[in-house]
Design a binder for this molecule. Sequence first.
Ligand SMILES: Cc1cc2nc3c(=O)[nH]c(=O)nc-3n(C[C@H](O)[C@H](O)[C@H](O)COP(=O)(O)OP(=O)(O)OC[C@H]3O[C@@H](n4cnc5c(N)ncnc54)[C@H](O)[C@@H]3O)c2cc1C
Length: 383
Amino acid sequence: MADYVSPWMDEELELFRDNVRKFIAREIKPHEERWADQQHVDRELWSKAGQAGLLGTDVPEEYGGAGGSFAHESVVYEELAYAGNTSWAKAVHEIAAHYIVGCGTQEQKRDWLPRLVSGELVGAIAMTEPGTGSDLQAVRTRAELRGDEYVVNGAKTFISNGHVHDLLLIVCKTGKNEGAKGISLLLAETGKLEGYRRGRILSKIGQKGQDTSELFFEDMRVPAENLLGGREGQGFYQLMNQLPRERLMIAVGGIAAAEAALRHTIEYCSARQAFGQSVLSFQNTRFRLAECKTEARIGRVFIDHCIAQLNRGELDAETASMAKWWATQKQCEIVDACLQFFGGYGYMLEYPIARLYADARVQKIYGGSNEIMKELIARGLHA
Ligand SMILES: Cc1cc2nc3c(=O)[nH]c(=O)nc-3n(C[C@H](O)[C@H](O)[C@H](O)COP(=O)(O)OP(=O)(O)OC[C@H]3O[C@@H](n4cnc5c(N)ncnc54)[C@H](O)[C@@H]3O)c2cc1C
């Protein structure tokens, strides 16, 4: 909102924001409908984004990144949300990169990070399986060490960037341990891998331009040195380490989408006439939008607090879970309330508010469902 500026914004970030806006107007906006029809963005978007400095903004410079902070990433997610974009799953790519930054060996960082930052590789992360999502300890994809290779068997589903990725981070079972201690993360360059198959791109109620896909591993062979961090059984710990970042990314996008909904609605209600006056002049409209604006602001201030915490390396799992559930819950409530003021037009996909509505729903489900977020918060309820 124009009347509130996040405390972490500065002149350099303003310039960066301006570049991001121009990039979105030039490289994303004109293609959205086509991407929705084909169910994925064009592969070249990634290299263009790399060239424009939009990938790996907070990856350290020694690995090819821009060496910025999570504030740079937040600027991109905000601008994408303000522009109504949900086709480009940049966040997933950055999540994959940050697993390598946070948990990879020196060789893994040197090998993969520069290529992720340039857009030569597109990242994806495969946790969810047909039989399990929330309960990650129950994954059944198995990687068995044979000589200097892992042989991987299993299936994943709902994987974002599932069609366009080249580097896949796979949550799998290794060794004999069951439960959390048996989980490892394995990286696969999936380009020409035998035994690797991309399944259908799934049809969704929103986020139509995003390739959410099924993936299959049938005796897929991956070099043993691709084990993230080089030690088996570290996967659960690595996930716990990185999930707060993913949850904050979702929350940043959620609040920005709620702000975007408010802007569209105020504009529409000012112009739309009913009973000889603007829809914005009805007290019901004004009060409801005043509530929405207040809630969006509260969300924004809390998210800013979390961004500062993440930048200091202090964002804990509990606070990140609060941000994720609250921001996405409010996003859905605010977008729903806003849509009502469009009357029948709100239900028409040619209006941005209808797309914001359809795109919002999944925010309460992925990245750890909001029920799981409350579980994580509730663990800290001690007398
Ligand atoms: C568009 C989209 C993109 C996605 N992208 C990715 C991706 O890139 N990578 C990836 O790995 N996954 C991805 N997912 C999967 C997503 O993370 C999972 O769908 C989500 O974690 C929930 O898992 P599930 O679907 O198996 O539901 P389940 O785990 O079967 O849960 C079903 C319901 O039960 C509830 N529930 C489960 N356990 C508990 C509990 N202990 N207490 C209370 N309630 C509970 C859940 O909250 C949910 O409401 C994506 C999903 C979608 C829809």
